[in-house]
Every structure is written in C-alpha cells, then in structure tokens.
Design a protein around this ligand. Structure first.
Ligand SMILES: *Cc1c(COP(=O)(O)O)cnc(C)c1O
Length: 349
C-alpha cells in the first residue's frame, strides 16, 4: 500500500471531532446517531474537499506547478476549498464556473461566489457544454505566458483525492476504537463520488461491516452514480496499490432526496432547520441537507434497528446557506419559495 508515500501537503486540522447527536436521536426515536465533523477541517470554511486537496496539492507541488486551473458550479464549495489551498501554498487560481449563460455576473455577491472573489480567483463563467474546452484553453493561455498550470479535475474526485477518504477511515477507526463504538451505517452525500469511493475502500479494508450510504446531490441518478463510484474505486485501489475486493453491491446510492443539483426544496430545508433547532448544527442546502433528509426518512420508515449506531458525515458547505436565504426563509415560514432552481443554475436558460 502506497498511502503513506503519496505526496501530501498538510492543510487540514485532523482529527476532526466525532460527536453524538442525542436530541436528533430522541426526536427520531430510532438508532443512536453520531456526526463526524468534516465541516471543521480548518481550511477556509471547512469541508470534505480539504482531505482530497492534501493529496492533490501534493501532486501539484511535486510537478512544480505554480498555479491551479479548475472548474465547478457557480457557488461551488470545491472552488472555495481549492482557492484557499492554492493561496495557502502561494499559487494563483483560475476558475471556470458554470452559469445560466456565458459571462453571468450577478449584482449581489454572496455565499461561495463572494469567497472566490475575496480569494482573488480569476473567474470565467460559461455554459456546461463549454467547460472542458474552456479549461484546456485557460491552461494553454497560462502555459503560453510562461506559467506552469496544474489542472484539478472532477472536483477532486480522482484517485489522489480518494486517498484522502481512505485516510479518513484510518482516523475514524482510531477514534471509534478509543470510544468503544461500532457504527453499522455511515450516511453522507455523494456528488462527484470521490468521498464515497474512499469511504467504501476504507470500510472494506478494515472489515468493519459498516454500510456506506450515499445520498446524491442531484447531479446524477442512482443508475449513473453507482457504476461511476465503482469504477473510481477500482482506479483508486490501483493508484494506492491496495488489494481490497469491492463489488457493485457495496455501492449504495439513494437519489430521491435532492431533486435537481442545487435546487431548493422543502425536504432539504426541513433537514437544515431540524439540525439547527435540535443540535445547533448548521448543514448546507445543497449537499449535507440531502443526506440528512435521507437519514431522517430512513429513520421514519424504520429502515434502521433501534440498537443500530449510525454515523452522519458532515462534509461542510455551510457558506452556501447565505446564497439560499430567500427560499430557506420562505420554507421556514411555510410560504411558497420565490425560486427553487437557483438564479445561477445552468438549468435556467
Ligand atoms: C463536494 C461535496 C460533497 C460531495 O463529495 P464528492 O466527493 O464530490 O462526492 C458533499 N458535501 C459537500 C458539502 C461538498 O462540498
């Protein structure tokens, strides 16, 4: 196994806390629920991308890159974390973002977009179909100007990024054995799939018997996400040089809790409010709200046994809450939301 010899730059404050959620447990009358606070990784506003970026930026530094080119959605947490990581190691960052139209530039800067602006990121906004070409074009321009760009693809869901979540598992096993805990399930949100791939590899490698449940962020269906995560697991096992048998049946995906990617929904808003009211814990409206809605629904349906222990992985993203202030307030007051598809979504055109 090569995990300990991969290039890595320390960016995260580890280990992140493992906490019990007693009020949520009581409210749902189901299994004992805990949270792993990867929203507290300590880089920018925290989140799961920090662990991935430790290995990705390690690779960039090894290749003597002097700037980063990457792409994602307009209000992406990935872009915030990538910008913070790049700035911390003294690199510039060039972002290609999706938007409702090329050159989209809203009047009000908020949420992650404001953070990208403050980090001095260079930004281009294009329609999704132009993303790949614009990324290559940007890297070529930088090279022509004498720079050494490093492209970060798939929001960090590539084998070095997956290594970050295999490493997460070593941390989790140490914490749980110290506390005498044994989790039956881990519930989290799956987007580009790197987090889920790393979690499944870790759960299998340590023979934990823990079932990893991924609730989608709405960008893909279960039929699309399952083979994607499975293939990423196989590529990552090769990259890390680990001998672990993982089958398609180990990839558990639910796709009914997000609607479209980034859409504001009643279900997600309920999950955000419930955790804030019960535990003083703030989720995010795009990702963690989906897996918490999934956890709540599975508890209500009796999918877990009362003696089970469930771990919820908080993957961060709460900076996005402020960009969703209008629908979050409307749902909270039982009113019709002014929008459900965000004004910055490429689905608006
Ligand atoms: C990116 C992200 C995810 C999804 O992680 P993937 O590894 O891309 O599947 C989940 N939660 C938050 C808050 C994120 O920013």
């Amino acid at each position: 196994m090569k995990l300990n010899s991969l290039p890595r730059i320390r960016l995260a404050n580890l280990p992140t806390p493992l906490q019990e959620l007693p009020n949520l447990t009581r409210a749902l009358k189901g299994p004992r629920i805990f949270v792993k606070r990867d929203d507290l990784t300590g880089l920018a506003f925290g989140g799961n991308k920090t662990r991935k970026l430790e290995y990705l930026m390690g690779e960039a530094a090894e290749q003597k890159a002097d700037c980063i080119v990457t792409h994602a959605g307009f209000h992406s947490n990935w872009l915030t974390q990538a910008a913070a990581a790049a700035r911390k190691v003294g690199m510039k960052i060039f972002m290609v973002k999706t938007g409702p139209h090329d050159g989209y530039d809203p009047e009000e800067y908020d949420g992650n977009h404001l953070l990208h602006f403050l980090a001095g990121a260079s930004m281009k906004v294009v329609r999704p179909e132009k993303i790949a070409a614009t990324v290559e074009e940007t890297a070529a321009e930088l090279k022509a100007a004498g720079l050494r760009p490093f492209i970060l693809r798939e929001m960090g869901s590539t084998p070095p990024g997956v290594a970050g979540y295999v490493n997460f598992f070593i941390e989790l096993v140490a914490q749980t054995s110290n506390l005498g805990l044994c989790f039956d399930y881990l519930v989290h949100t799956t987007g580009a799939g790197g987090t889920q791939a790393g979690l499944i590899i870790g759960a299998k490698a340590f023979h934990t018997g823990m079932k990893v449940i991924g609730s989608t962020s709405g960008s893909r269906t279960k039929a699309e996400q399952t083979p994607r995560v499975f293939n990423l697991i196989q590529d990552s096992l090769q990259f890390i040089d680990m001998d672990v048998k993982v089958g398609m049946e180990d990839v558990v995906v639910y796709d009914q809790y997000a609607d479209g990617y980034g859409y504001a929904t009643e279900k997600k808003a309920e999950a955000v409010r419930m955790l804030a009211e019960l535990e003083g814990l703030f989720l995010d409206p795009v990702y963690t709200a989906s897996s918490m809605a999934c956890l709540i629904d599975l508890c209500r349906k009796g999918a877990f046994k009362k003696e089970n222990t469930v771990l919820f992985l908080h993957t961060g993203g709460s900076a996005a809450l402020f960009a969703y202030k209008e629908p979050l307030r409307a749902f909270g007051e039982g009113k019709k939301a002014p929008w459900t598809i965000p004004p910055w979504s490429p689905d608006r055109h």
